[in-house]
Structure formats: structure tokens, C-alpha cells
Design a protein around this ligand. Structure first.
Ligand code: ADP
Length: 198
């Protein structure tokens, strides 16, 4: 019988919600508890919105990372991912003229995360976390639209969403995230890896 697989765990949320901070802490905590775990980051498509389509046409999409990702999961390594297909779809479809369904299409069939934790933070609270507004996509109105797109994505019951109140202290958020992750690692090990948005 094959060994137990690792879990695919994703952190999502608007800018400054604390994803990077929490991914790092989660990986550390899981390692300390004896789990085989690795952090993964796809090329950050949220900063290259305008280039998204040409990137796909030039085959620079994250798809090339898939074989190694699947292999690691099969070998029992849990992957903690700082943003996944959801950010790409939410940020791109927040631009005028892009519809959400269309923006999801390139990523249909990607490995489905066993858990997506959405770090919920209002634009006002995010703005208090410094260096906001220096890039176009961080402008308030845009962030609000991105949040609406995430709200739409979170209505999809085929994805295991977990909303986390990201306005709590770093340690409190960390505790909640670690608990959800350990539960997911336990349940995912006996389940097949799913396909996203299929
Ligand atoms: P993201 O990756 O979602 O953009 P970061 O983890 O980079 O967010 O955090 C953005 C900023 O907010 C950093 O300066 C970080 O130290 C700070 N930060 C993260 N989490 C919290 C929190 N729970 N409370 C206060 N500040 C936080």
C-alpha cells in the first residue's frame, strides 16, 4: 500500500493580511512537530496583472511546478503555499473587463488544496500595516473589488475554505492556522488529491 500523502495547504487574502508572516510561522511549527513540510510560492501573478495573458501565452505559467508539487505530496510532504490560483483569479478579475469565470479557466484542474485559509482583513486595517498605496494594485478601491472577488470564490463549496480573522495578534492567528492545518494533515492523508474547480 502506498504511503500517506502530504496535505496541500494554502493561505490567501488581500495584501498585508499576514500571509507571508503566517506561512513562515506555520512551516516552522509543523517542522517542529515532526511533520515533513515545505513552503511553496508560485511566481507572484498579482504583481504582473498586465502581463498575465502574455505570461500564459509564453508558457511561463506555474504549470511547470506541478509535477514536483504532486510528487512531494505523494511522498508525504505537506506543502504550505503563499497564494494560489485564487489570488490570480481575484486580482485579475478585479480589473475592468475581466470576468471571474474566465480568469479561473487557466487553473481549472490544478491540484485542489485540502485547505484554503482566507486571512480576512478590512482595507482600513490593512492600510495601517504600512507601505500601502505604493503600487497601483494596492489602491483602496481596487482592494475592495479584489475582496468582492474573493467573496465570490469563497461561495464555492467544492473548496475547503476556512476564514480567519487576520486582525488578531500574530500569535493568535498562528494558533488558529496551526490547529486547522494539523486537522487537515490528518484527514488528507487518506484521501485522494482533488482537482480544482472541476
Ligand atoms: P502579506 O503577505 O499578506 O502581504 P505580510 O505577512 O507581509 O502580509 O504582513 C504585512 C505587514 O503586516 C508586515 O509588516 C507584518 O509584520 C505585519 N503583520 C502581519 N500580521 C500581523 C498581525 N496579525 N498584526 C499586526 N501586524 C501584522
Amino acid at each position: 500500500m502506498a504511503g500517506k500523502r502530504g496535505a496541500l495547504i494554502v493561505l490567501e487574502g488581500v495584501d498585508k493580511a499576514g500571509k507571508t508572516t503566517q506561512c513562515n510561522k506555520l512551516v516552522q511549527a509543523l517542522q517542529q512537530s515532526g511533520q515533513s513540510v515545505e513552503m511553496m510560492r508560485f511566481p507572484d501573478r498579482t504583481t504582473i496583472i498586465g502581463q498575465l495573458i502574455s505570461a500564459y501565452l509564453e508558457k511561463k505559467s506555474p504549470l511547470h511546478l506541478l509535477p514536483s508539487m504532486k510528487k512531494k505530496l505523494e511522498q508525504g510532504t505537506t506543502l504550505v503555499v503563499d497564494r494560489y490560483a485564487f489570488s490570480g483569479a481575484a486580482f485579475t478579475s478585479a480589473k475592468p473587463g475581466f470576468c471571474l469565470d474566465w480568469c479561473k479557466k487557466p487553473d481549472v484542474g490544478l491540484p485542489k488544496p485540502d485547505l484554503v485559509m482566507f486571512l480576512q482583513l478590512s482595507p482600513a486595517q490593512a492600510a495601517l500595516r504600512g507601505q500601502f498605496g505604493e503600487e497601483r494594485y494596492e489602491i483602496d478601491d481596487f482592494q475592495r473589488t479584489v475582496q468582492q472577488k474573493f467573496d465570490q470564490l469563497m461561495k464555492d463549496p467544492s473548496v475547503n475554505w476556512q476564514e480567519i480573522d487576520a486582525s488578531q495578534s500574530i500569535e493568535d492567528v498562528h494558533r488558529e492556522i496551526t490547529t486547522h492545518s494539523l486537522n487537515t494533515i490528518n484527514t488528507a492523508q487518506n484521501l485522494p488529491l482533488g482537482e480544482l474547480w472541476k
